[in-house]
Design a protein around this ligand. Structure first.
Ligand code: 5AD
Ligand code: SF4
Length: 468
């Protein structure tokens, strides 16, 4: 048994990450059984689920999307927002009933919620039928947790600190066209509202050679696009203390000549000029940057611990627009941070007016237990926060549509990913600037980058026709 501890999770030691090779234990006990896996949250979680699927299939299991029909149920959870919590506990209600009929089903809870003490305590007290809880630092132990799970005994195996970086992970990837590639785990920024530094641990970069090797392997398998993943990709290599920077890695990945390279997420604080230059220099690095601002008020940014001012953000934003041809920039914004006044909120709206973002994910502040912001005085009524969110969304959607309309009648390059769900005669894909396009074209275009003429523009997608 290992219980999570947020105080321990906050600690950062000087210990360097150890690099280990994955070594899964095999048994044919689960051969032919079915697993059901639900994923909540960010791309990092999506990619972790690909690792979990790799382990489950290594044990001889196959995936099912019918909960009632499964032998193993896994929930890969998210801790960022309250509604993600609610959804998971809603699922647990369904699973509880199912367990009564089929007591042999194995139920495991993983992901960021597992790293939270209060959640694990609640599972132990109120959901004793859950067989095991595992965390973000020990996904590699999933196989043995399943093999050793016992009907009447709950196992909690969550580590608060784990500096190790595992290589040789065998993912079962969801796509054969685009792939996630981890470059750095964890986060040391400790923005005051954010639970991620506690649930994901300290910043640990993967070795550059390992990343380039993975990208080369993906390329030789025919993958068209990789997305380099990190909570903050700009911090890449800083933990090596040898001057390595994200721009060095990006340049080496570009030289593999894989057709498309993306990266998320970038913190505005240490986005260097060298990074902008590298993005501008290589055609296979896509002109798309997700650059969360969170707030436009300097006072709130300071309370959030974001390490930049509104002016500094705007300066960086305009530099990117100037130096990277055709770049599209999206952002994240939180409204209703503790103490946010109407004046502060107007500063946020002002940034939106100035930047005219291609898109933005907008959130109402949600207190996360254990973070400094959860203890800050917050006297703005929820209705006021909801009204700010609606006013913000109106402007964000306006600019998103306006940017999409600029593409009307233009020809853009689209990587086609699959059949459109809504319309059988169409396929869908993304422009280099990360805009979703539904395209009238044959299924043979799936997996290819094709020229598309844009015929209609909405707030969140474009329509187009393939041109020969
Ligand atoms: N409340 C609301 N939004 C949050 N985010 C992170 N933590 C919180 C929180 N406690 C948002 C931020 C971040 C995005 C992934 O989620 O905008 O960039
Ligand atoms: Fe959270 Fe800030 Fe780290 Fe992003 S940079 S994961 S918002 S602490």
């Amino acid at each position: 048994m290992n219980y999570p501890n947020l105080k321990e999770a906050k600690k950062r030691s000087n210990k360097k990450a150890e690099y280990k090779i994955n070594d899964y234990s095999f048994s044919n006990k689960m051969m032919g059984k079915k697993y059901f896996l639900r994923t909540y949250g960010c791309q990092m979680n999506e990619h972790d689920s690909e690792e979990m699927k790799g382990i489950l299939e290594f044990l001889g299991m196959t995936e099912t999307d019918e909960l009632e029909n499964s032998d193993v149920i896994l929930l890969n959870t998210c801790a960022i927002r309250e509604n993600a919590h609610e959804k998971v506990f809603g699922y647990l209600g369904r699973i509880k009933h199912l367990k009564k009929e089929k007591p042999d089903i194995i139920v495991g809870i993983g992901g960021c919620m597992s790293q939270e003490e209060n959640i694990v305590n609640e599972i132990t007290k109120r959901h004793p039928y859950v067989n095991f809880v595992f965390g973000t630092h020990n996904i590699h132990e999933l196989g043995s947790l399943i093999l050793e799970s016992q009907k009447n005994k709950q196992d909690i195996e969550v580590y608060s600190m784990e500096g190790d970086v595992y290589e040789g992970i065998s993912y079962k990837r969801d796509s054969s066209i685009t792939a996630w590639v981890n470059i750095i785990y964890g986060c040391d920024k400790f923005c005051t509202y954010c639970i991620v530094p506690y649930t994901r641990g300290s910043e640990r970069s993967r070795k550059k050679e390992e990343i380039v090797k993975e990208v080369n392997e993906l390329k030789s398998k025919g993958y068209m696009e990789v997305t380099l993943l990190g909570q903050n990709v700009n911090a890449y290599g800083h933990d090596f203390h040898d001057g390595t920077e994200f721009s060095d890695l990006l340049e080496e990945v570009a030289k593999t000549n894989i057709p498309r390279i993306r990266f998320v997420t970038s913190h505005p604080w240490n986005f260097t000029d060298k990074m902008i230059d590298v993005i501008a220099k290589y055609d296979n690095i896509m002109p798309y940057i997700h650059l969360p601002i969170q707030s436009g008020s300097d006072r709130i940014l300071k309370l959030m611990g974001r390490r930049y001012t509104k002016e500094e953000y705007l300066e960086l934003f305009h530099k990117m627009k100037e130096k990277i041809p055709n770049v599209s920039i999206t952002t994240d914004i939180i409204v209703g941070f503790p103490g946010e006044t109407e004046e502060d909120f107007l500063e946020t709206l002002d940034v939106v007016e100035k930047c005219k973002f291609d898109g933005a994910f907008t959130f109402i502040f949600s207190p996360r237990e254990g973070t400094p912001a959860a203890k800050m005085k917050d006297d703005t009524p929820l209705e006021e926060k909801e009204s700010r969110l609606a006013r913000l969304n109106e402007r964000v959607n306006y600019y998103s549509k306006m940017n999409n309309e600029k593409l009307l009648e233009k020809v853009v390059h689209v990587l086609i990913l699959g059949k459109s769900e809504k319309d059988e005669s169409k396929v869908y894909g993304y422009t280099d600037t990360m805009k979703l396009v539904n395209v009238s074209a044959s299924k043979d275009t799936i997996g290819k980058i094709i020229d598309v003429k844009i015929t209609d523009a909405k707030s969140f997608s474009l329509d187009g026709t393939a041109i020969e």
